[in-house]
Design a protein around this ligand. Structure first.
Ligand code: HEC
Ligand code: HEC
Length: 331
């Protein structure tokens, strides 16, 4: 893993270096060689009907999906209120009060990732959605029939009929997962960096452009690239200098392979300023800390205060400008 990664990185870096020396491409051209605008529609969403999406949205905010009616998906992936898609806790707290193992990633743009969870143990949004329902440290439901009973008692049948007009079996886990996935496929953020990539060269200011160039030149872009500045590959946390918390072995816990030790999905950096704290264990409380730490652990460099701040200024262009209107609950 390390070797092809390093050579890709060197290619990327020499590309920036060379192009600056000889052809002077604009910052905009350099940016477009690493990043791309967010899609208008998420892959897989083409067949999602509005009835399916609105059912998924209702379910996302449905507290009856947790054992004591205290928690919905939105409790840990908050889309109203501050609209960040996270809970701002180091590690999430479940319906019954137990503290989970990891920091909650945002649900914004999650469907654009190559897989779900820090360790990629769910391939798709629909597969992912089944985990929190039955996780004892999350929504803590005890059986599929219990989930179905809860939704039956809240008059969901008509919603499921509309969402699944061709199916005979309506309220079941598979359909719940499909609906939650369809709703989450609508969660594509919108920000000024996106406007910039799409062609509005004045959408970000001069100091934000300088920060963008530092982010590229320092090599952050080797892992954080594409439409969501991440989400596409798994990399070792501590590739140069080991990460101080060795407890969570990441992908190795799923595959059982020692070569996957401490590999985590490279997180997206869209919305990054509003999703503190950072890392799989929530150990970095501030963005400054997270930038410094990744410089050290992932690139083996000590970024100075000015560089850290400049990258932070660039991150300001990644704040989502969309919000979600909450639907009233079923009675
Ligand atoms: C108790 C808090 C909690 C609840 C409730 C919860 N989640 Fe999560 N969610 C998390 C945590 C923590 C993770 C990361 C776990 C991991 O990677 O092992 C996560 C991961 C995810 C991811 C993966 C995102 C990514 O970038 O990999 C998605 C999507 C998601 N949750 C959607 C949902 C949906 C849909 C529901 C409701 C059915 C839900 N969550 C309920 C805490 C929660
Ligand atoms: C070798 C690949 C790689 C490079 C290079 C890299 N990162 Fe990361 N980055 C990761 C991985 C993997 C994680 C997740 C680590 C974890 O949580 O344990 C991460 C996490 C982060 C986070 C926290 C995201 C969150 O939601 O918790 C930020 C911020 C970040 N990186 C910024 C940067 C910056 C700035 C640079 C350049 C100085 C950089 N990264 C370089 C792979 C990389």
């Amino acid at each position: 893993m390390t070797k092809p990664f390093l050579s890709t990185m060197l290619t990327l870096l020499s590309f920036v270096g060379l192009s600056q020396g000889y052809t002077h491409p604009s910052t905009h051209e350099v940016a477009l060689s690493f990043f791309e605008p967010l899609p208008i529609v998420m892959k897989g969403a083409e067949q999602d009907s509005s009835a399916l999406i609105s059912l998924g949205k209702k379910l996302y905010f449905e507290t009856a999906l947790s054992i004591n009616y205290s928690q919905s998906c939105n409790s840990c992936h908050n889309l109203d209120n501050d609209a960040s898609g996270v809970d701002h806790l180091r590690a999430s707290i479940g319906a019954l009060g137990s503290v989970g193992e990891r920091n909650a990633p945002t649900t914004w743009n999650a469907g654009l990732h190559v897989a779900q969870f820090w360790d990629g143990r769910a391939k798709t949004l629909a597969q992912q959605a089944k985990f929190p329902l039955f996780n004892a440290k999350e929504m803590a439901m005890t059986s599929e029939s219990q989930v179905i009973e809860r939704l039956n008692s809240k008059d969901y049948l008509a919603d499921f009929k509309d969402a699944f007009p061709k199916k005979l079996s309506l309220i079941n886990i598979e359909n719940i997962a499909q609906a939650l996935a369809a709703f989450q496929r609508t969660l594509i953020s919108k920000d000024r960096f996106d406007d910039y990539l799409a062609g509005d060269k004045d959408a970000i200011n001069q100091s934000e452009k300088s920060g963008l160039l530092i982010f590229i030149e320092k090599g952050c872009v080797a892992c954080h690239n594409g439409a969501v500045l991440g989400g596409q590959l798994f990399m070792k946390m501590g590739i140069v200098h080991p990460y101080p918390n060795p407890k969570d072995k990441g992908k190795a816990q799923v595959t059982g392979k020692p070569t996957d030790n401490y590999f985590f999905k490279v997180p997206s950096l869209r919305n990054i300023l509003i999703t503190a704290p950072y890392f799989h264990d929530g150990a970095a409380a501030t963005i400054e800390q997270a930038i410094e730490d990744t410089g050290w652990h992932q690139l083996g460099i000590k970024l100075n205060k000015q560089e850290v701040n400049s990258i932070k200024v660039f991150f300001n262009t990644l704040n989502n400008q969309k919000s979600i209107e909450v639907v009233p609950e079923n009675k």
